[in-house]
Design a protein around this ligand. Structure first.
Ligand code: CDP
Length: 230
């Protein structure tokens, strides 16, 4: 298989380490990396700022849907760092807060929001050479992706990682709140009607509960080499 020309879909549960490994793989092999979760987070932030999403995740669905044409999302690259841009503004830090995490899954369950973002994601993958991570990349966005991975780890392990990430950034959160958010998002993501989170039949499963970041990066590049016969 031509290794310059494939689509790599990495799906999995929240905070399962998929973004870290997807980003690293993209850098190693010279592919473009797209964080589809950042796009759902950016729509959520837009809704929160415009009073269409309350802090406890109540959504004014018709108004949010009619605002979709006003929401432009892009990624800005600076060296090896990538920033999510919402209507030209760098919102990378703001979209990662627990406040946005608490509201994103109800927003991501709205079919019209999903259709709009899936369309953008498919356009981004038109020329292939892309690593995209999310919840439905291997099942809905790119069902024909040449390489599919599905990541999981225990909820406690995932919450520990996310808690560390947030507190390292200076956000004041409790481990219990982070764990509750992880469990709640898993539930909403798995039970929504529109493209629920599930492992594609042809995805390779990875439980990385006991793996270090280096180990999971190595595992992923080995899989890529195997699939592309490098
Ligand atoms: O990084 P983390 O695992 O916390 O989540 P994320 O990848 O940033 O995604 C945030 C939320 O967006 C998820 O909990 C899902 O509700 C939603 N999402 C989705 O529905 N479909 C995707 N392809 C990506 C994210």
């Amino acid at each position: 298989m031509n290794s310059n020309n494939i689509i790599i879909a990495i799906d999995g549960y929240s905070s399962s380490g998929k973004s870290t490994m997807a980003k690293q793989l993209a850098m190693n092999i010279g592919y473009r990396y797209i964080d589809s979760g950042a796009m759902y987070r950016a729509v959520t932030l837009y809704g929160m700022r415009h009073g269409l999403v309350t802090t406890d995740g109540e959504v004014d669905v018709p108004k949010l849907i009619s605002s979709l044409p006003d929401i432009h999302i892009d990624f800005h690259l600076e060296g090896d760092r990538q920033f999510t841009m919402l209507n030209g503004e760098n919102v990378e830090n703001e979209i990662r807060t627990l406040g946005v995490s608490n509201c994103v899954s109800p927003v991501a369950a709205i079919p019209e929001v999903r259709h709009a973002l899936v369309k953008m994601q498919r356009e981004m993958g038109e020329r292939k050479g892309i690593v995209m991570d999310g919840r439905d990349i291997g099942t809905v966005v790119f069902p024909n992706a040449e390489m599919k991975v599905f990541c999981d780890a225990s909820a406690e392990r995932r919450a520990e990682r996310r808690y560390k990430e947030l507190t390292d950034k200076g956000e004041k959160v409790s481990y219990e709140d982070v764990l509750a958010n992880v469990i709640k998002r898993d539930h909403i993501d798995e039970t929504r009607d529109e493209s629920p989170l599930r492992c594609a039949d042809d995805a390779v499963r990875l439980d990385n509960s006991k793996m270090t970041i280096d180990e999971q990066n190595r595992w992923l590049i080995d899989l890529f080499n195997k699939i592309t016969n490098r």
